[in-house]
Write a protein that binds this ligand. Structure first.
Ligand code: SAH
Ligand code: MG
Length: 212
């Protein structure tokens, strides 16, 4: 938790709760300790997504398909999502959830290591949601930017990683490398002329970058 707990609690109690499959998947995630975006990040994705009106979304990190299904609600009619994950068991779950949501034609899961998959992809996207191995964000970045249209948004999740990215005293030893890489990632995002980036202490930290 990178924000005062009482504030997060208040926000979570106040936001409009999800219904249907998203609600079911929230319960599943809690029971099985599978990561999904935090509620306040989900709300942010929806609001910026509805403003952006994307037709093509690329997601890195599918897990059980929760955020893909969420992002499908902001797509323009006829829009599509490509989502990448390397973890077979998760992908199976995601496939089933997406099918149950009636979204098999909208959400395309690509199985494999994101770095390999990204290098092979050659499409253009209005929005990229980066939510996978945090230590790999610097490597994912050039590929994501290559495929992000100008006027598009790159949204990176977990960029403050439990606060560790902002404070050395919080860094546990085995996370040192990830933290160093994430700091470099944020520095790069903020130093690029082609991007305008905002870093928000929402959820586990979210960076929103607009490509000029
Ligand atoms: N976006 C999801 C949660 C993703 S959790 C949601 O909010 O619902 C992170 C996922 O990224 C995990 O399922 C993990 O298997 C996947 N992942 C991490 N590193 C990856 C990599 N290098 N290539 C492909 N998938 C990766
Ligand atoms: Mg995340």
């Amino acid at each position: 938790m990178i924000c005062f707990e009482y504030i997060n609690d208040y926000i979570r109690q106040t936001l409009k709760p999800n219904t249907g499959i998203l609600k079911e998947l929230e319960a599943f995630s809690k029971e099985n300790h599978v990561p999904i975006v935090h509620p306040e990040v989900a709300a942010l994705l929806k609001v910026i997504g509805l403003t952006l009106k994307p037709r093509r979304i690329l997601e890195v990190g599918t897990a059980i398909g929760y955020s893909s299904i969420l992002l499908s609600t902001i797509l323009e009619p006829g829009g599509k999502i490509d989502t990448i994950d390397r973890y077979e068991l998760m992908v199976e779950r995601a496939r089933e959830n997406i099918k149950n949501a009636g979204l098999s034609d909208v959400i395309n899961i690509i199985v494999g290591d994101a770095l390999d998959v990204l290098k092979c992809l050659n499409k253009q996207y209005d929005m990229v949601f980066l939510d996978a191995a945090k230590g790999q964000y610097p490597e994912f970045l050039p590929e994501c930017l290559r495929m992000l249209k100008s006027g598009g948004l790159l949204v990176s999740d977990n960029v403050l990683y439990k606060g560790m990215v902002a404070n050395d005293e919080l860094v546990v030893r085995r996370k040192k490398t990830i933290v160093t890489r994430m700091r470099n990632y944020l520095k790069t995002l903020c130093s690029m002329d082609e991007l305008e980036t905002s870093i928000l202490p929402v959820g586990d930290g979210v960076a929103i970058s607009y490509k000029k």
